[in-house]
Ligand binder design. Structure first.
Ligand code: RFL
Ligand code: PHB
Length: 399
């Protein structure tokens, strides 16, 4: 493999910041650091093709869009994303449109994480930044000294070492970085349901996302483009995907999303991808130990109902990039504050994600169902209720 970097004969190199993980957190952090004159190397265990094809989140908060635009990543986003004013909340009793623009002054953008990842990878390549795919055996060393380093094996099987001033773990929930923090405090919630997610080659049957409560379970209609729909069904954890034929999926979606009510119809189409996703909340603190910083899913996971995971990863690195720039110039105040300030937003989003999740997912306790319907009626009928949802969904200001 041709190395973009400056490895010496021993396979070693030096940079200012080693970033582990080329998800949205790692790629955006590298971009923000470069804009501040800070050099970084991003190490990724997967191949470029895998990273670019991974299907995940779809919603960007207003503040995420603003940040991406401010840092020169807004061109394709402006052209191809779908600005939405709000969402629909649906129950068998009623469908209510919450207009976020009217409620809080701004909406959200539908833009696949796949598209954002492509923009970030393109920007990294254009900027001549180093992105190294297919590394294995990533290990962190001496993170509690001013001279940390990372070792790994490259795609050709050669052992490598990168010395740095700072290491940032952006390696998602299964990466090695979090394990390098000694005695972290962790909080975890496993939700008693999962999502069956499908991607379908069919025009969305709705102009904006539908979040639906139904006695059979939650359903959601999202989208990726004018020709591709993204839909989700609540299923029991551990569900075997083989039990869900395409017909069964479309029948359940039609029932739960209200096909036939008030003239609304759900148009089915060819399903191109199906997967079952567990739902979990998790937070690890602190998000810094010595010269190691954590960002994104490496430090926290939220259930997807509030559409917060990707946006939290963006919020973390928006805070971390200036802190690292200042630290490298000799001012450690922002870096010292990073973990606490980031965690305050993490817990706000964790709470909102829990609130949306528990309001919309059916349990086997009929008392829960009545509480959920009462809550949904309140959000649908009270401006204060709707505004609370809108403020959290569209995202609090980044700074
Ligand atoms: P990522 O995206 O998991 O990236 C981590 C990267 O680290 C790599 N890695 C390593 N690299 C080097 N060495 C190692 N040892 C490594 N171990 C791992 C991994 O290969 C990977 O490339 O974390 P990041 O950057 O923090 O980004 C987080 C987001 O990806 C995540 O929060 C969202 O996708 C969550 N999420 C959603 N978030 C939203 O804001 N809005 C949504 O609508 C939304 N929907 C979703 C979602 C997540 C989903 N899934 C599948 C988890 C819908 C789904 C279905
Ligand atoms: C998605 O489009 O994948 C999506 C949208 C909203 C969510 C979760 C996922 O809350």
């Amino acid at each position: 493999m041709a190395w973009p970097g400056r490895f010496d004969f021993d396979g070693n190199m030096r940079t200012q910041v080693v970033i582990i993980g080329a998800g949205p957190a790692g790629l955006l952090l590298s971009h923000l650091l470069a804009a501040d004159g800070v050099e970084s190397v991003v190490l990724e265990t997967r191949s470029r093709e895998y990273v670019l094809a991974r299907i995940r989140a779809g919603i960007l908060e207003h503040s995420s869009v603003e940040l991406l635009t401010d840092v020169g990543l807004g061109e394709r986003l402006a052209r191809e994303s779908m600005p939405h004013r709000g969402i629909y909340l649906h129950t068998p009793e009623q469908r209510t449109h919450l207009d976020f623009v009217d409620l809080v002054g701004h909406g959200i953008h539908v833009y696949g994480q796949t598209d954002l990842t492509r923009d970030l990878v393109d920007a990294r390549v254009r900027g001549g930044q180093q992105l190294v795919y297919e590394v294995t055996g990533t290990a962190l060393h001496d993170i509690d000294t001013a001279r940390p380093y990372v070792t790994f094996v490259d795609a050709d099987g050669a052992a490598r070492r990168i010395d740095a001033d700072v290491v940032v773990g952006c390696d998602g929930s299964f990466g090695p970085s979090r394990q390098a923090v000694p005695d972290p405090r962790t909080w975890e919630r496993t939700y008693p349901y999962a999502w069956l997610g499908v991607l379908a080659d069919v025009a969305p049957s709705t102009d904006e996302l539908i979040y639906a409560w139904h006695p059979d379970g939650f359903a959601m209609h999202s989208m990726r483009s004018a020709a591709v729909s993204r839909l989700y069904l609540q299923v029991p954890p551990g569900t075997d995907i083989a039990e869900w034929s395409d017909d069964r999926i479309w029948t359940a979606l039609a029932a739960r999303l209200g096909h036939g009510r008030d003239g609304w119809t759900l148009t089915p189409g060819p399903i191109t991808e199906k997967s079952v996703l567990p739902m979990r909340g998790f937070v690890a603190a602190p998000m810094r130990h010595g010269r190691l910083f954590l960002a994104g899913d490496a430090a926290h996971i939220v259930p997807p109902t509030g559409a917060k995971g990707l946006n939290l990863a963006i919020a973390d690195v928006a805070r971390l990039a200036p802190a690292l720039g200042a630290l490298l110039r000799g001012d450690g105040a922002l870096a010292a504050a990073y973990s606490d300030t980031a965690l305050a937003r993490v817990w706000r989003c964790q709470h909102f994600s829990w609130w949306m999740t528990t309001m919309l997912h059916v349990t086997d306790d009929p008392f829960d169902a009545q509480l959920q319907l009462a809550q949904l009626r309140w959000v649908a009928s009270s401006e204060a209720g709707a505004r609370g949802l809108a403020e959290n969904y569209t995202g609090l200001p980044l700074r």
